[in-house]
Design a protein around this ligand. Structure first.
Ligand SMILES: [Zn+2]
Length: 293
């Protein structure tokens, strides 16, 4: 089963919901960055959160960047989504040792850290991107995202994100959901959602038990009549190009570039989001330099 995003709304119009299944996306991230399990879980959660938020954008060519800096051993975690939920990302220190809450349960909050910020940048084609930032709540990422929506966008939100890593360190399951109240929703609606969240429990285990994204939403919102609005595939997608890398080289400035040319005679640049490598020969670097004068 490929990765996908499912969007739904309850028939009463009070609740909108998005779910993602992203085993392929998280496994691709693991392979690109050679992640160890702590980083796989943390970056995986961030990628899925960003993906669902990106998918909510109405603006074509919009993007959402999620940056989590918690002061923990993983360092910064960054995920970027396009407006269809295709994501890319990286984590500063991908080789952090395993921290478990109890055997088999990764302590993502400890690896991310709790003393820092979660920042959301939405680029919707305006001059300046929208930037919202909150103090981290738990470092578990799903809780922090829910808190972000409450504090920065005043939208009551329930969020769960889960990545299960197998004994061979590959991704067994990955998925999550975002459930948001629409204006007019009362206490009874909130209680119904809370009961559903409790009943389903761990998302990664629910997926392991055979649920897909739609199944996950139907399980959490079992007390509602649910209307599925859209389902579409999502993937790990990087938008790097030789042109962009060249621009980055030029922005290094004349001095830096000419010392690079002198010292190495050539340049090999790896994209920070994917495994693409861009090579520049002596002649190409020389030409760039000449173009800068
Ligand atoms: Zn790339």
């Amino acid at each position: 089963m490929g990765d996908e995003i499912v969007r739904a709304i309850t028939a009463d119009g009070y609740v909108k919901a998005t779910a993602i299944t992203a085993k392929g996306i998280v496994e691709r991230a693991r392979n690109i960055h050679m992640l160890l399990p702590m980083a796989t879980a943390a970056l995986g959660r961030a990628l899925m959160g960003a993906s669902m938020m990106g998918d909510m954008l109405k603006e074509q060519n919009g993007s959402v960047t999620l940056q989590i800096k918690g002061g923990g051993p993983l360092g910064a975690v960054l995920a970027v989504s396009d407006c269809q939920g295709n994501v890319r990302g990286y984590v500063q220190n991908p080789h952090v040792e395993l921290v478990e809450k109890y055997p088999g349960k990764l302590d993502v909050g400890a690896a991310v850290g709790q003393n820092g910020t979660l920042t959301v940048m939405k680029d919707i084609g305006l001059k300046e991107p929208y930037i919202g930032s909150i103090g981290l709540f738990s470092g578990e990422i799903a809780d922090d995202l829910a808190m972000y929506f409450v504090e920065s966008e005043q939208i009551p939100t329930a969020c769960a994100l889960g990545v299960l890593v197998g004994t061979d360190q590959s991704v067994t399951t990955a998925g999550g959901y975002l459930i948001q109240l629409l204006p007019g929703a009362g206490e009874e609606i909130i209680s119904s959602i809370e009961r559903g969240v409790q009943k389903v429990g761990s998302v990664s285990h629910a997926l392991e038990g055979g649920l897909d994204g739609e199944g996950l939403l139907r399980a959490v919102l079992s007390e509602f009549s649910l209307e599925i609005l859209e389902k579409h595939p999502v993937e790990y997608r990087c938008y790097c190009s030789r042109e962009r890398v060249t621009r980055a080289l030029i922005s290094m400035g004349r001095e830096e570039l000419s010392s690079l040319l002198k010292e190495q005679g050539q340049a090999e640049l790896t994209c920070q989001f994917c495994d693409r490598v861009y090579s520049y020969t002596r002649e190409e670097l020389g030409e760039l330099l000449r173009g800068m004068s």
